[in-house]
Ligand binder design. Structure first.
Ligand code: NDP
Length: 313
């Protein structure tokens, strides 16, 4: 076992929530170990410019922001390992955390494993990231001012993003695979009443179309009701077909809501197991912003530090 008994807290995840938790733990002199996971830096590393994170009036790229947060955590003493957590045993303290490379223990665990945006998995999908394809309207909508764009999905996220994107785009086509939306009635009414939104019913993108520079110029749409394929000219496409919270390594040890997000006691990051906290997108399907993730990461660290102190740990 590659265990170091010196660690008082283990942080699972390296997005804004995990790294902020680590910064606060280290500055409070709580020895902590952070596992970066499969996508070091989290979802921000697949966005381009971040213009809504306070303190960067000229904007900052997602990867650069995460490099800075990581450096800040290391500066104060967080030990960062590029390992992925595969299993956590919360049945007895100290809690055991098994990664792809070893096993570790600590009396407190902060879960900041994030969520993964679902993609369509069409050919060449990754090559369009940052070239017209996005999974975050709040992050990237601003770049599509005056352009015709599409949103894929029929749930609340798609409806909310379609509405939001009409602040920038000249036209938004909502592409939904059925003839009935899944989202709530109020969100449906709002989207359907918006003059800038048109719905492409019974449709799914089957191919991303590229211009000579590799930027998105359109989508090939398949008619799920059996009609002919058609092309839709758009320079932006937002995939909003849901997120999957990254909780598989917990093996059902913590309560989740029906969508799989960890449940925390309102106003706290407590998951109901002493010394265990959850922050960021793994427990938040509403805001999903870097700044809110960082905020809950801070909360988790403060709660963990207090709990450790109260228990003489
Ligand atoms: P949902 O799972 O609710 O909706 C996903 C949508 O994507 C569905 O319309 C689904 O189609 C479609 N979809 C899924 N896979 C594919 C695919 N491969 N190809 C094409 N379409 C696909 O996810 P959301 O992210 O919208 O919402 C998650 C949760 O968060 C919900 O509980 C929602 O209510 C909540 N939420 C609440 C908000 C609010 O209250 N303001 C805002 C955003 C989310 P189909 O309908 O055919 O299954």
């Amino acid at each position: 076992m590659s265990e170091s008994p010196a660690f008082k807290a283990i942080v699972v995840g390296s997005g804004p929530a995990g790294l902020t938790a680590a910064i606060y733990l280290s500055r409070a002199n709580v020895p902590n170990l952070l596992f970066e996971g499969q996508q070091p830096g989290g979802q921000l590393t697949i966005t381009t410019d971040v213009e809504n994170y306070p303190g960067f009036p000229e904007g900052i790229t997602g990867p650069e922001l995460m490099v800075r947060m990581r450096a800040q955590a290391e500066r104060f003493g967080t030990v960062i390992k590029g390992e992925s957590v595969e299993e956590v045993d919360l049945s007895a303290r100290p809690y055991r955390v098994r990664t792809n490379a070893g096993e570790y223990t600590a009396p407190a665990v902060i879960i900041a494993s994030g969520s993964t945006a679902r993609w369509l998995h069409l050919p060449d999908e990754e090559s369009f990231h940052g070239k017209g394809l996005s999974a975050c309207a709040t992050c990237d909508g601003f770049f599509f001012r005056g352009q015709e764009i599409a949103v894929v999905g029929g749930g609340d996220t798609a409806l909310e993003e379609a509405n939001y994107l009409t602040n920038f785009a000249s036209k938004v086509t909502l592409i939904h695979r059925r003839d009935e939306l899944r989202g709530s009635k109020i969100m449906q009414d709002r989207a359907l009443a918006n003059p800038k939104i048109t719905v492409a019913w019974n449709s799914v993108p089957s191919k991303y179309l590229s211009d000579d520079n590799g930027n998105l110029r359109g989508l090939l749409l398949k008619d799920t009701a059996g009609g002919p394929d058609r092309e839709l000219a758009v320079t932006g496409c937002f995939i909003a077909i849901g997120h999957t919270p990254n909780t598989a390594f917990l093996n059902g040890q913590l309560p989740t809501d029906p969508s799989g997000y960890l449940v925390t006691t309102p106003g706290t990051t407590s998951v109901g197991v002493p010394g265990v906290y959850a922050c960021g997108d793994v427990q938040d399907h509403v805001y999903r912003q870097a700044i809110t993730s960082a905020g809950t990461g801070c909360m988790a660290a403060i709660e963990a530090e207090r709990w450790l102190g109260e228990h003489g740990l």
